[in-house]
Design a protein around this ligand. Structure first.
Ligand SMILES: [Zn+2]
Ligand SMILES: [Zn+2]
Length: 492
């Protein structure tokens, strides 16, 4: 699968240049970095290389000079990036290619591939700012074939997805969705039906988010969590039963089974994946998603998601609960929860102080899984307590889902309700007035760098590996006992 994503700042600059006042077509080159997921490669458009005087000839049907292409190619080589070619059409919606378009891109494909080792990416923009895109991949010596992208995503202060017409047409709405479609129309529903949403962390918040997304007709859901259902989860893990805890089922398996029954999308898929986002396999399946929900409570996982939001242009809807208990009376003192979306042009999770970078390194070094280290922490430390109530998770999940809907549906053109914090005790709702990342923050610098960002955020995850082994060993023992029991019964 192929896709293209652009930060909205680059999108705005492209519109300014390509959608001309005089209605003539125009063109330019751009640099891109790959974002390789398990099933999808995305070209992340990093920056434009605008034409200079004499670089092109605008005459209704625009053409460029070889020197412009050579300059663009050498910039791509210097930046270690891929090269994209963009042009505009005087029509709206997803654009097909004329024979001239095909010949022009085919002629560039070989030179681009041999110079950058990455395929040429072609993009066309229509008058309604809708993008269409394709990769030119080498299929045999000197043979380059066009691979249409499934979608082109603009990610940032503007969030928009243009779908390949074959995909958009496939949205068949089931009668179950009648009232939902009455609320926001078929176009929004078609966007939701074609989204791939990853839910990272299948605990109390993640399970409720999963149910909400399945009911609203989201087409593809990926659930990521390595944990098993335990008795202590039963007070707040939606769908989990005593039997699931007894059988030590994985949380993702329990939730996936339940939402297959409640999903309303015409074509629904859910994948239960028993990984952590910190592990390479978990990271890769996250890169195939259009939006991610961060329902984790650990700093390391949050920092990885924060990185994905900027470097790989995948919005991360995040939320967290803080509960304080009076040490002396053991009664509830504070319960606050916050929700927000990490996405270019908005502050990141680190700037919103949603996790402490110091704790990320402690966790990476394994301290947070070391009982001796945990024992030495202050009594009220989050790693020690983890107090929570179903109603709190329900509210966080609701705020997260509303943040998500605001981004996708953008009612009245408003898609940013800002970072929100709800206080249970006073029933007050605050908005954070931080507009963007703080000046020393590194994350905006990773924007659209994808696999070329130069840092590796995945590693082995001991707790995840141990939990999966424990679960498998337990299931083997259960099976053994079951077989013995059957044999004994048969013998009478
Ligand atoms: Zn064209
Ligand atoms: Zn930041």
């Amino acid at each position: 699968m192929y896709s293209v994503a652009l930060p909205s700042s680059v999108h705005e600059q492209a519109i300014e240049h390509l959608l001309r006042q005089d209605g003539q077509e125009d063109l330019c080159f751009a640099l891109w970095h790959p974002s390789q997921g398990r099933d999808r490669i995305t070209a992340l458009i990093h920056s434009l290389i605008l034409p200079l005087e004499g670089d092109r000839d605008v005459h209704g049907n625009v053409s460029f000079m070889p020197s412009y292409f050579e300059r663009a190619l050498s910039e791509a080589i210097n930046a270690g990036a891929g090269l994209a070619f963009m042009h505009s059409h005087p029509a709206s919606g997803w654009q097909d290619m004329s024979l001239d378009d095909i010949h022009a891109e085919q002629r560039l494909a070989a030179a681009v591939k041999s110079a950058t080792e990455l395929p040429l990416v072609g993009l066309t923009i229509g008058t309604d700012e809708a993008w269409s895109a394709r990769f030119w991949t080498k299929t045999a010596p000197r043979t380059y074939e066009r691979q249409w992208c499934d979608s082109v995503r603009v990610v940032g202060s503007k969030f928009a997805i243009t779908l390949h017409p074959n995909l958009a047409k496939k949205s068949v709405f089931r009668p179950e969705l009648e009232r939902t479609i009455l609320a926001w129309g078929k176009e929004a529903q078609s966007q939701l039906a074609n989204l791939t949403v990853g839910i990272v962390g299948a605990g109390s918040v993640g399970s409720i988010v999963a149910e909400a997304l399945a009911r609203m007709g989201i087409g593809h859901i990926r659930l990521l969590d390595f944990d098993s259902v335990e008795k202590v989860n039963l007070d707040r893990l939606l769908f989990a039963t005593r039997r699931d805890a007894l059988l030590k089922k994985s949380k993702v398996e329990v939730i996936a089974k339940a939402i297959r029954q409640t999903a309303t999308a015409g074509q629904f898929t859910v994948e239960p994946l028993e990984w952590s986002i910190v592990e390479e396999s978990g990271f890769q399946v996250a890169l195939d998603c259009d939006v991610l929900f961060s329902c984790v409570d650990r700093p390391l996982a949050r920092s990885v998601l924060n990185f994905i939001a900027y470097a790989h242009l995948i919005p991360v809807v995040d939320g967290g609960i803080m509960v304080r208990v009076n040490e002396r009376t053991q009664k509830l003192k504070h319960a606050d929860w916050r929700t927000h979306i990490a996405i270019p042009d908005r502050p990141c999770l680190e700037c919103l102080e949603q996790y402490d970078p110091g704790q990320v390194s402690s966790e990476r070094d394994g301290f947070l899984d070391d009982p001796a280290y945990i024992a030495g922490l202050p009594h009220a430390h989050w790693a020690k307590r983890n107090e929570n109530v179903f109603a709190f998770s329900l509210s966080v999940a609701s705020f997260e889902v509303l943040q998500f809907l605001s981004l996708i549906v953008a009612p009245s053109g408003i898609n940013n309700p800002r970072a929100q914090m709800y206080h249970f005790i006073t029933a007050g709702l605050d908005k954070n007035d931080l507009d963007a990342c703080k000046s020393r923050c590194l994350y905006p610098g990773y924007t659209a760098r994808g696999d070329h960002a130069g840092i590796s955020v995945t590693s082995h995850h001991l707790a995840a590996e141990k939990e999966r082994e424990k679960r498998q060993a337990y299931h083997r023992t259960l099976e053994y006992h079951l077989h013995r029991w059957i044999l004994l019964k048969l013998r009478g």
